[in-house]
Ligand binder design. Structure first.
Ligand code: NOJ
Length: 530
């Protein structure tokens, strides 16, 4: 089995994780101090959000130089030492690579907008008017009204799928494609184990299409995969394509594009199932998900650094999700919800655990978002998605143990309310309390890793049950695992399928289980059947 197929990924934002030099911003030095924690938690692979020089108009997804490190995070040498330390602990590290666009502060763009015949003009997509590609949707709906922005200096429009400060690269230009492959190799040579490749559906533009998932885009991704396979065997490419299952599958290609892709549509349905106490949305989407190539694997998640996207649900379901999970308009952003997991679950540890249990037992590799393992809160007063990117809460001490600076220097205020504030919610307290969320998540991680059946097993639903029971087998030749979830706030009795003896995987020494189980409200059980 590939290393990534049963790995636990952990997404972290360098600026938010730990401040090693006391300037109020997290950095590589701070991350190094926390590697013991990540190892203790059971993380196999860290995913770092962009750390490149950037004006931070989109938190680093606006890259101003592909070959450096944002000075607030450290130096290239810091990067190298950090990677070494991670590897020494038997962990891996992947980083974001933003292939679709650059910052408008990137020298290519500065030069491009200097004149219509500048050397890098054709690195970007220009037009004398804004008529082309009308069928392409606008992604940052709350901020942008068009995918074209007017450049006063040269009197033409440039194309951008995200903020206007992020001009799209022109993938029809072979120099752009070659440059991107060079950048990827530069960072792989620095020791990365792969990339999370940002915004991949939008690389090419073609009139008369919605400019997503075009054949030319897949062509470039095959080139990228070839370079990685040939030069860096064992590396992983994880694609970010927020698409329906039928459009996602082609991103695995014939085992020749991405090794892994996020399964975006399943995520909101986990929340929907819980809210409605009805498993059907999760069952339906997984039944509509075609099989993937043998070496491929899904990446699944509950939350990440963006808004909880509702792009991959129907209009009716989106309204339901907004009304249920984001009753205050401040909690909404674009087509999503800018809240963290714990507040979405009303800080009910039973529900937070239940969501993790579904994540860990359904197909796909879990990608955890920093802070969710302790149930951190959010701050909707902060701009854009910054409310879910606040400093990691390590201790009940000053600045949540994140930094030794004066609080006024912090890049963002720590969460400090009575429920989710750092004095209550922090790693130190939860490490000391045996029944804390942190210990439960850690136990799920280690149990999941000891059960390769969860990486490879076929999924079979238990159908003859009330809607609030989300129960399924994972099976391989000769092995059967049974996951039981109660989505409701009432306990219920469940008759286990006959013909097997069941062992609780969290407590394998306990007596085998009889054929009736009572699942408490929001309860879950993981059983091996023999
Ligand atoms: C997806 C990233 O997750 C998001 O944070 C970013 O704003 C866009 N891509 C643009 O790079």
């Amino acid at each position: 089995m590939n290393w990534y197929s049963n790995a636990i990924f952990y997404e972290l934002y360098l600026r938010a994780y730990a401040d090693g030099n006391g300037d109020g911003h997290g950095d590589f030095a701070g991350l190094r101090q926390k590697l013991d924690y990540l190892q203790w938690l059971g993380v196999d692979c860290i995913w770092l959000l962009p750390y490149y020089p950037s004006p931070l108009r989109d938190d680093g997804y606006d890259i101003a130089s592909f070959f450096g490190i944002n000075p607030t995070f450290g130096f290239l040498e810091d990067f190298r030492i950090t990677v070494e330390e991670i590897h020494r602990r038997g962990m891996r590290i992947i980083a974001d690579m933003v292939v679709n666009h650059t910052s408008d502060q990137h020298p290519w763009f500065i030069e491009a907008r200097r004149s219509k015949d500048s050397a890098t003009r054709d690195y970007y997509v220009w037009s004398p008017n804004d008529d082309l590609y009308r069928e392409a949707r606008i992604i940052f709906l709350d901020t942008e009204t068009s995918n074209w922005a007017y450049d006063e200096h040269t009197g033409e429009y440039y194309w951008h799928r995200f903020y206007r400060s992020q001009p799209d690269l022109n993938y029809d230009n072979p120099k752009v494609r070659a440059a991107m492959l060079e950048i990827v190799q530069f960072w792989m040579d620095m020791g990365l184990d792969g990339f999370r490749v940002d915004a991949v559906p939008y690389l090419f533009e073609r009139e008369g299409t919605n400019c997503e998932n075009l054949p030319e885009t897949h062509g470039f991704l095959r080139e990228l995969r070839q370079v990685v396979d040939e030069r860096y065997p064992g590396a992983v490419l994880l694609g970010e394509a927020n698409q329906w299952p039928q459009d996602l599958i082609p991103y695995f290609g014939d085992d020749d594009e991405f090794h892994m892709c996020f399964h975006f549509p399943v995520m909101p349905r986990l929340y929907m199932a819980l809210a409605r106490q009805d498993r059907s949305s999760v069952v339906d989407i997984l039944e509509q998900t075609p099989p993937i190539p043998p070496n491929a694997q899904w990446a699944t998640f509950l939350r990440n650094h963006d808004e909880l996207t509702l792009e991959m649900v129907t209009e009716e379901d989106r309204q339901f999700m907004w009304e249920y999970y984001a009753p205050d308009p401040k909690q909404r952003l674009n087509l999503g919800i800018r809240r963290r997991l714990a507040p979405l679950m009303e800080n009910d540890q039973r529900k937070i655990e239940l969501m993790h249990s579904m994540l860990f037992t359904l197909p796909g590799v879990p990608v955890l978002y920093y802070g969710d393992e302790i149930g951190m809160g959010d701050n909707v007063e902060l701009f854009d998605r910054n409310g879910v990117r606040t400093p990691m809460q390590w201790t009940p001490g000053e600045n949540a143990g994140f930094s030794q600076t004066h609080p006024s220097n912090l890049y963002a205020p720590v969460i400090n309310d009575p429920i989710y504030g750092y004095k209550t919610v922090n790693v130190l307290n939860q490490q000391a309390a045996r029944d804390s969320l942190l210990h439960r998540v850690r136990q799920m991680i280690s149990t999941r890793k000891s059960l390769p059946i969860l990486a490879q097993g076929r999924l079979e639903w238990l159908d003859e049950l009330p809607p609030e029971a989300l129960c399924f087998w994972r099976t391989t030749v000769g092995e059967r695992f049974l996951a039981l979830h109660n989505l409701s706030d009432e306990p219920f009795d469940l008759y286990l399928p006959p013909g097997y003896t069941y062992t609780d995987t969290f407590n394998p020494e306990a007596d085998p289980i009889d054929h009736t189980i009572t699942l408490p409200a929001y309860g879950y059980r993981w059983l091996m059947a023999e």
